[in-house]
Write a protein of this length. Structure first.
Length: 380
């Protein structure tokens, strides 16, 4: 979901351009050019670090001044859930689709955490719940990746499944667990970290951030300082390298060769599936951090991707999805996004556990209902 300020900048630019063609068009949205926007307000809203609920809702496009100029069309059919010949299976798919919409609309029956809260505790249908007595990571891995030792080189098997979870800290544990299951040589690549715009002369400020400290920083938008890779491992791009060739942020790939200064990968999903590319090290500078320094990391823009965050999974379609919740979701639309990535109700498994370590069938759904208030066909 894009921030409305980005669209308003495009609007002003197109008005200026079309003024040269026809001065009257400069008074019309986007200079009179037809523009199509697509989105789902049940999904995750613009990510604004540490912003309160009102600010996040206010950053949605339907709070922009351009919204009143738009004609809204509502799509009704779930294209990810495909119909089959069996009437019983089609009814099962319809019930699953209706359940997804209740989750996304915040209409699921449950208990509110507190008055006027966006968080509602509710019970998951038993057919989706996965229970485990001890090792929860192993339990969800065995369910989502059955017969992994024999199928870990099959691209069709790898592209059709993933484990989703709310935070990066959790996916690191899962990916390391799966990496250890692959009996191949581990290649370790270290990043080169530095302070951006460092002065010519040494000073106390620069000395406060030694290289060892920079190496220890683990920022969600950057790859790790120590990147461990094996051939055959599934990875995800963390930057746009070449959108024409399919090397975009979020693209899933399989590592085919590990070289000294490059990693050869094959695209696993999308229209460019099967294409092989050499991924180089690149310079990456985070734009929004809590540190009072300009930090630069030179590393391969890759992360292991057997497990990914719910935010990163937006746009993915998967046959088998494991939703791993050692902690509940914390943002509008996260639970809806997670359960709507799957192409069949039979492919969804949810493992929930609390502080006591016991698995449960109850979790929290977060929905900011006010984001739907000015959208047609929404019952608000």
């Amino acid at each position: 979901m894009q921030h409305p300020h980005a669209f308003e900048c495009v609007d002003r630019s197109l008005r200026d351009i079309m003024f040269v063609v026809d001065s009257n068009r400069s008074n019309r949205p986007f200079g009179g050019i037809t523009v199509v926007f697509g989105g789902d307000y049940r999904q995750i809203l613009p990510v604004i670090p540490k912003a309160p609920r009102a600010v996040v809702v206010g950053a949605a496009f339907n709070r922009s001044r351009l919204w009143d100029e738009c004609e809204v069309f509502t799509l009704k059919q779930n294209m990810r859930l495909t119909s089959v010949n069996s009437l019983q299976q089609n009814q099962k798919i319809k019930e699953f689709s209706d359940w997804q919409l209740k989750i996304g609309n915040g209409k699921i029956e449950g208990v509110s955490q507190q008055p006027y809260s966006s968080e509602v505790s509710f019970q998951i249908p038993s057919r989706f719940v996965l229970h485990s007595a001890d090792d929860h990571v192993k339990a969800i891995f065995d369910r989502i990746h059955p017969d992994f030792s024999n199928k870990m080189s099959c691209h069709e098997y790898l592209r059709s499944r993933a484990i989703l979870t709310p935070t990066n800290l959790i996916i690191d544990d899962i990916n390391e667990f799966i990496l250890d299951k692959i009996p191949r040589k581990t290649h370790t690549y270290f990043s080169q970290d530095s302070i951006e715009d460092k002065g010519v002369k040494k000073n106390d400020f620069d000395e406060s951030f030694p290289v060892e400290y920079l190496n220890s920083l683990n920022i969600p938008c950057l790859p790790k300082h120590e990147l461990k890779i094996k051939t055959g491992v599934v990875v995800m791009m963390m930057r746009n390298l070449n959108q024409i060739l399919g090397l975009c942020n979020g693209t899933r790939l399989v590592v085919t060769a590990c070289r000294k200064n490059s990693i050869e990968c094959e695209i696993l999903c999308g229209t460019d599936v099967g294409r092989r590319h050499l991924i180089p090290r690149i310079n990456m500078i985070p734009t929004d951090t809590a540190w009072p320094i300009g930090f630069k990391r030179t590393q391969f823009p890759l992360q292991i991707c057997y497990s990914m965050t719910i935010n990163k999974s937006q746009g993915q379609s998967l046959n088998t999805v494991g939703l791993y919740l050692p902690r509940s979701v914390f943002s509008h639309g996260q639970f809806y996004v997670a359960i709507s990535r799957v192409t069949s109700p039979d492919g969804l498994w949810i493992l929930i556990y609390g502080d006591d370590g016991a698995t449960s069938d109850k979790t929290v759904n977060v929905v900011f209902e006010e984001v739907f208030y000015n959208i047609p066909d929404m019952d608000y």
